[in-house]
Design a binder for this molecule. Structure first.
Ligand code: CA
Length: 232
């Protein structure tokens, strides 16, 4: 199935925003179904099995968070959240509940479409993701644990490889700081955000052309990190 045939369920109670989303998605050849309540969202998800959920958190009959939790209990479908700029805690709660990514309202169309493509790609690729990543002049082979930059071979520590591998499994999507620490350092080190910050700083020094203005290993303030890579 090509990307253009993906079906997206738009869960949004404001008709004007729903229409904008529908027009935008259909212009990109997505098939769109709609839901304007939490109840409708669950019914449509079960009956149509869409390829991706785009969900507003403020719904008239309940919380979008509850929808995310209930759907996550039985489905790995990618979920992208639309959230208001002022709802920082809600954003964190949505990612903790199992959402893959979020886009802040008012959203930019290219940004929203990029997030949707990334979430769909990650879902298709699953475990057998590409093991070679490109960051400008830097080439990183995760399977061989080799990295080369313009000045020759780059040495990454085993810890740095584990951080990059965790981020690469969610390439293009946000990874919560708590998830990174749990997966790389283990569940007993949840308060150790300093080790992670040091590791990210060192990785940027190796992978980024300008470590102070990272293009590939990007901070999502208050949430975590997002890894981008150049297309092959
Ligand atoms: Ca709403």
């Amino acid at each position: 199935m090509t990307e253009s045939m993906h079906q997206v369920l738009v869960i949004e109670d404001e008709p004007a925003i729903r229409t904008v989303l529908k027009v935008l998605l259909q212009a990109e050849q997505y098939r769109v179904i709609e839901a304007d309540t939490a109840l409708r969202a669950e019914i449509e998800t079960r009956s149509h099995k869409p390829d991706l959920l785009l969900i507003d958190l403020g719904l008239p009959d309940g919380d979008g968070l509850a929808v995310i939790r209930r759907v996550r209990a039985w489905s790995p479908v990618p979920i992208v959240v639309l959230s208001a700029r002022t709802m920082e805690e809600q954003k964190i709660a949505a990612l903790d509940a199992g959402a893959d990514d979020y886009v802040t309202k008012p959203f930019s169309a290219p940004e929203l479409l990029a997030r949707i493509r990334a979430a769909l790609r990650r879902n298709v690729r699953g475990a057998d993701q590409a093991s070679v990543l490109r960051f400008g002049d830097v080439r990183l082979d995760l399977a061989r644990r080799e990295a080369h930059g313009p000045a020759g071979e780059l040495h990454l520590t085993p810890l740095e490889y584990r951080v990059i591998e965790c981020l690469a499994r969610h390439l293009g999507s946000i990874v919560m700081q708590s998830q990174l620490i749990r997966e790389v350092w283990g569940p007993d080190r949840q308060d150790d955000s300093r080790s992670l910050r040091v590791c990210i700083k060192n990785l940027r020094g190796k992978l980024e052309a300008d470590p102070h203005r990272p293009r590939y290993l990007v901070t999502e303030a208050g949430l975590g990190y997002r890894l981008r890579a150049d297309e092959h």
